[in-house]
Write a protein that binds this ligand. Structure first.
Ligand code: 13P
Ligand code: SF4
Length: 303
């Protein structure tokens, strides 16, 4: 089967199934090209909540599809590769949250949306890299914050608020591959470029960059900036997204090592199979979904 005929069949099945295809900014180019909507975690959650489509094909990783399932209980949510997980999300379990609550009584639990649905269910609020500070500041100034799974996003947020943070020690294996040496080399090779990094990067990398932004923030920053060149310190798929959205400017990956193998598990063939077979479905038990939804709703309320 040729690529064109796979795409043709996906598009006609999408119509027949009354499906929407959502793709995260790190998805491979051919997946981004067939999606109804591309975006960061926050935008895709909002899109899912608004769409309430009969079928949502989520081209991303499991926690994103779970969030869609929580927000759209009436939709069938398909994750074209059931193995597309997020190692960072799996670094924190509900028991870890409960233990930290015991160690820091009275602290609020804010979890990065890159977490399992079971962890969301025992959290007070979720946030994304795009609205973390707003969510944290929605709690009273004196309230301490337990933050996980990502210690680096948590550390980055803690530098911008007076609130005391207690960090879980998770991290993103893909963003760990962006090193200080990469940023130093990028400065030398592209002296006129602005350097954008994701707040999942380590503090020493963030310190050397011009800005730390989530993927949606990077698109807005690059579009509005007077600069013509940018170094992109996040998962490499983001470069395609920026080039497509902002054709007049140049984008260089900080390193091609920063690849998320889970994001790349989604292929056109798997999207087609999932629409044909209406599998693999992502479902969340209703009691867990109800508890997790309170934390997710608080995330969506912070714009
Ligand atoms: P964004 O919310 O910035 O798109 O990031 C999601 C993610 O998984 C980063 O690794
Ligand atoms: Fe998870 Fe990192 Fe992949 Fe994002 S890039 S989905 S945090 S492993």
């Amino acid at each position: 089967m040729t690529i064109d005929s796979i795409v043709e069949r996906i598009l006609s099945l999408r119509k027949r199934r009354e499906a929407v295809i959502l793709a995260h900014n790190y998805q491979p180019p051919e997946i981004q090209d067939i999606a109804d909507m591309r975006g960061d975690s926050l935008a895709l959650s909002r899109e899912a909540a608004e769409a309430q489509a009969k079928v949502i094909v989520f081209c991303g990783v499991r926690f994103m599809a779970e969030t869609a399932a929580i927000l759209c209980p009436g939709s069938t949510v398909l994750l074209p590769d059931p193995e597309a997980g997020c190692p960072m999300a799996d670094m924190m379990a509900p028991g870890d949250v409960e233990r930290m609550r015991g160690e820091h009584p009275g602290a609020a639990v804010v979890t990065y949306v890159n977490s399992t649905v079971e962890v969301k269910a025992v959290s007070d609020a979720c946030c994304t890299s795009g609205n973390g500070l707003k969510v944290v500041e929605s709690f009273p100034p004196g309230q301490e914050i337990i933050f996980g799974p990502d210690q680096y996003l948590g550390h980055f947020l803690s530098t911008q608020t007076s609130r005391t943070f207690h960090l879980w020690r998770g991290y993103c294996p893909s963003h760990m591959k962006i090193l200080v040496e990469d940023i130093e080399r990028a400065r030398e090779e592209h002296p006129d470029a602005k350097i954008m990094v994701h707040p999942e990067c380590t503090p020493d990398v963030i310190r050397l960059a011009d800005v730390a932004l989530g993927t949606g923030g990077m698109i807005r920053y690059a579009a509005e900036s007077g600069a013509k060149e940018f170094v992109v310190g996040t998962e490499v798929g983001m470069v395609y997204r920026l080039e497509k959205d902002i054709p007049g400017k140049k984008f260089y990956p900080a390193t091609s090592r920063a690849l998320c193998p889970n994001m790349k598990k989604i292929t056109l063939e798997k999207v087609l199979w999932s629409l044909e077979e209406m599998e693999p479905r992502v479902t969340v038990p209703p009691d867990v979904a109800a508890r997790a939804k309170q934390a997710v709703d608080r995330m969506l309320a912070s714009v």
